[in-house]
Design a protein around this ligand. Structure first.
Ligand code: TRP
Ligand code: ZN
Ligand code: CA
Length: 438
């Protein structure tokens, strides 16, 4: 009995952030899509990033030693960044808000062109604490994002997607500026942001190389950059939600970012792989008056700046990777009401090595109350990856979406199964089709 109708075809696997993979897959007979060569991101000149930091340091020095929300040094920092962007052809806007009785400012810079319905954003907070000039926290992220934006202008980049850059005020008071920005966006505008990349502290003096563990495509983009230059990374764990990406994540926007560490101590294992000093903080000057230009690690700042440019270039391009292959089973499988789990099988063959770290699982299940459904992906060796849990309150119809699974420890070839169980009485449905995109 042949249950599955697997087919293999070239899919237009243009870079898609999680959940945004086009659901209208081409038919099996579709011609392979020619790979589009993407222009490689330029090297971001470290000297330029450091020149911005010198300017921010001077601004702090001339304004009472800080660039904090509500102080003159903040607005002077914003004016500096804005003037560079205006001269480079960006469309800038300054958004005002009030926090703790003082006016705060966000700076938004749009690069004209690209599909605004797919906007890729990169940002950094521009304010410091009041106790110091904030050159690592967060002159570093601010300067690197600025220099990346200026590199976009120098290259006169014409990405398929729209590019927007943001510098946030009053992060140090509780992500105030970035929250204000996302709250000011109508939900239709929020949904146009395909991803937000955050950079807060990327030049710590005793650096680690930390990648946020959030949107898998963004995360993988950074990880592959660092593995390409032979620098090991770790997942960022020094406080999830402690920077502006949390504001975006909270409204459902895919996020990612980089971090070189704050007050946490570098372990000896970390000193082994990254150099630096074990038993000392990643940034001994975190939130203090010594967070000056002298407290920056140039190598970390350089690598992270280049990683930002790499991510901005590749995530905004229409087609960054060779077209993916997809394997589909479009045979209907009834899911019995409050009954046993059923599976639908897709056979993958002819591939070498392991499945990707970003394996896309496109699911089309018709059901009159999707909260009843528990869905897993089963790898050829039987390992289960939970795609969806049941929920008593999710009364919507159907599960038509694309999940992303890190399947990099699984052999690609073999029988992959979608396992679906209906765990609650009354509403019913069936697997209409599903597919794996490699
Ligand atoms: N500005 C952040 C803060 O003061 C710095 C920070 C600490 C951070 N931990 C982090 C940034 C983790 C990103 C991720 O809290
Ligand atoms: Zn910060
Ligand atoms: Ca049911």
């Amino acid at each position: 009995m042949k249950l599955s109708v697997p087919r293999r075809a070239a899919a237009a696997a243009a870079f898609a952030l999680a959940g945004l993979l086009a659901s209208g897959a081409p038919a099996a007979s579709a011609a392979p899509v020619a790979p589009v060569t993407t222009l490689a991101a330029p090297d971001i000149p470290l000297a330029n990033v450091k020149a911005h930091l010198t300017q921010l340091q001077t601004i702090a020095t001339n304004n009472g030693g800080n660039r904090a929300h509500g102080r003159a040094g903040y607005k002077a920092s914003l004016d500096y960044v804005k003037a560079k962007l205006d001269a480079a052809g960006f469309t800038t806007s300054v958004q005002q808000f009030t926090s703790s009785g003082a006016t705060g400012y966000n700076l938004i810079a749009d690069w004209p062109g690209g599909d605004v319905n797919q906007t890729v954003m990169a940002g950094a907070h521009l304010d410091s604490v009041s106790s110091g000039p904030g050159i690592n926290d967060n002159g570093s992220g601010s300067a690197a994002v600025l220099e990346t934006a200026l590199a976009v202008s120098r290259a006169q980049l014409q990405p398929a997607k729209h590019l927007r850059f943001g510098w946030w005020g009053a992060e140090e008071l509780g992500l105030v500026g970035s929250k204000y920005y996302v709250n000011s966006l109508p939900s239709t505008e929020r949904s146009k942001i395909s991803g937000y990349l955050n950079f807060d502290m990327i030049g710590s003096s005793n650096p680690g190389y930390f990648v946020y563990d959030d949107d898998p495509v963004i995360e993988q983009t950074f990880k592959s950059y660092f593995s390409g230059i032979g620098v090991p990374t770790e997942i960022e764990t020094e406080g999830d939600g402690r920077s502006d990406h949390a504001s975006f994540k909270n409204v459902g926007i895919p996020v990612g970012g980089l971090f070189t560490g704050a007050s946490r101590t570098k372990s000896s294992a970390q000193a082994q792989k990254w150099g630096g000093t074990a038993g000392q903080a990643f940034d001994r000057c975190y939130h203090s008056s010594c967070d000056t230009t002298s407290s920056i690690n140039d190598t970390a700042l350089d690598r992270n700046s280049d990683a930002i440019a790499h991510a901005v270039w590749s995530l905004s391009a229409g087609t960054t990777e060779p077209p993916g292959d997809f394997y589909e089973n479009a045979a209907d499988v009834t899911v019995p009401d409050a009954g046993a789990a059923v599976t639908s099988t897709v056979n993958v063959s002819g591939r070498s090595g392991n499945a990707p770290a970003v394996l896309k699982v496109g699911v089309d299940i018709k059901h009159t109350w999707r909260g009843d459904l528990v869905i897993d992906l089963l790898a050829p060796d039987g390992t289960a990856y939970r795609l969806k849990n049941s929920s008593g309150s999710d009364s919507a119809d159907n599960v038509i979406t694309t999940y992303t699974v890190d399947a990099s420890t699984e052999t690609a070839n073999g029988d992959w199964k979608l396992r679906v169980q209906d765990v609650a009485r009354y509403d019913t449905g069936y697997i209409d089709s599903w597919k794996l995109t490699f």
